[in-house]
Design a protein around this ligand. Structure first.
Ligand code: MF3
Ligand code: CO
Length: 248
């Protein structure tokens, strides 16, 4: 069942999203060669708690951290680690903020120092593909319209779209219906209605889209060792068009 949110509930989620966005803005300033993803995770956890919210990912299905920190070939769900980030790395920080029982979810990829032209383009095109998807998140469109806009932009830039990890409805729980794919034909799937809140969170790879899971049971990497990036916003479908609840 897809839950429809009232204007007040969307405002509650926007308040959670503002904390999350502010946290990403601080992380953007911290990211440089020599910092560890463990330090970033500790910072994010404290930032969220200091703003009267809680990090929803911590304890979720046994996950131990406030953030996911996915470096280079890691697609998603990487653990924060005590190893330093190096010049030229890319890292995706993903987190979910719970404010008074209402959630917001946003992931962002960051450049560490000077990155290769390929990495730089991957991040730019992945971010662009998120906004191509958001543009289609309007009442009366279908989920396939979002998915197709993302896939067309990614593939026309010679990147692939990850299949195994997808977006989702969100509200008082992290993963609600519907499933939000980032690939597939336009004109198909669930029709978007006022009051739906979904995440759009494309993961793009430089090589093949297929992934493999580390023995830790969480860390998903590209099978071929290529780079992967991700940008994610929480989006409300409204009569005024899509509202980005996690806008930075
Ligand atoms: N933020 C992720 C998502 O987009 C969830 C990460 S899994 C967790 O759905 F266990 F870390 F929470
Ligand atoms: Co999500």
């Amino acid at each position: 069942m897809i839950t429809i949110k009232t204007k007040e509930q969307i405002a509650n989620m926007k308040a959670a999203g503002e904390i999350l966005a502010a946290c990403h803005r601080e992380i953007a300033k911290m990211i440089k060669p020599g910092i560890t993803t463990q330090e970033i995770d500790k910072f994010a956890e404290k930032f969220i708690l200091d703003h009267g919210a809680t990090p929803e990912q911590k304890g979720y299905n046994g996950y131990q951290y406030a953030t996911c920190a996915s470096v280079n070939d890691v697609i998603c769900h990487g653990f924060p680690k005590p190893e330093v980030l190096k010049d030229g790395d890319i890292v995706t920080i993903d987190m979910v903020v719970n404010l008074n029982g209402w959630l917001a979810d946003s992931a962002w990829s960051y450049r560490v120092g000077n990155v290769s032209e390929q990495a730089d383009t991957l991040l730019r095109v992945t971010e662009e593909s998120l906004y191509k998807g958001i543009e289609k998140a309007v009442i009366g469109n279908r989920l396939g319209d979002i998915a197709n806009a993302i896939q067309v932009h990614a593939e026309s830039n010679n990147f692939s779209v990850v299949r195994e990890f997808i977006g989702h409805g969100i509200g008082e729980v992290m993963h609600e219906e519907p499933q939000v794919l980032h690939y597939g034909p336009a004109g198909r799937g669930t029709r978007l209605k006022e009051g739906m809140v979904i995440t759009i969170e494309p993961m793009l790879n430089t090589g093949d889209w297929r992934s493999k899971l580390d023995s830790d049971g969480w860390t998903a990497r590209t099978k071929d060792g290529g780079l992967s990036a991700q940008y994610e916003h929480t989006i409300a479908i409204t009569a005024e068009g899509p509202i980005i609840l996690t806008a930075q």
